[in-house]
Design a binder for this molecule. Structure first.
Ligand code: SF4
Ligand code: SF4
Length: 121
């Protein structure tokens, strides 16, 4: 959960309501936890359904959000194959991972890391 707090802090917020990474139970303590975060897809489906080009493909995978172009339709969140687009209720806009890797510095169990994706992987 430290990763979620770290991600929210990127915009100066405590708590984790601005986090672009989420840790959820996999269905009871015996099953552990699942980390939900953008996997930086090639040809990202979230960008394909954006009607305003507010989400554009990022070199190396994933997407970059231009909030000024976003109309808050929610198409991207529905299209994300990982369920990794979260929602900013205050702005009525998606919360999209920025691939900064800050969360990895706070994982006390060294579960997550940021790696360069190989083309075609
Ligand atoms: S919520 Fe914004 S970024 Fe997402 S599909 Fe709609 S306009 Fe594009
Ligand atoms: S937000 Fe979802 S669909 Fe878009 S690049 Fe990340 S994992 Fe893929």
């Amino acid at each position: 959960m430290e990763c979620m707090f770290a991600c929210s802090r990127r915009v100066g917020r405590g708590g984790f309501d601005k986090s672009a990474i989420f840790v959820r139970s996999a269905g009871g303590m015996e099953h552990g936890f699942v980390i939900v975060v953008c996997r930086a897809c090639e040809n990202p489906p979230c960008a394909k359904v954006c009607p305003t080009d507010a989400l554009r493909e990022r070199e190396g995978g994933g997407v970059i959000l231009d909030e000024d172009k976003c109309i808050g339709c929610g198409n991207c969140a529905e299209a994300c194959i990982m369920g990794a687009i979260f929602w900013d209720d205050e702005k009525n806009k998606p919360i999209v991972c920025k691939y900064c890797g800050n969360c990895t510095n706070y994982c006390v169990h060294d579960v997550i890391s940021l790696v360069e994706a190989e083309a075609g992987a």
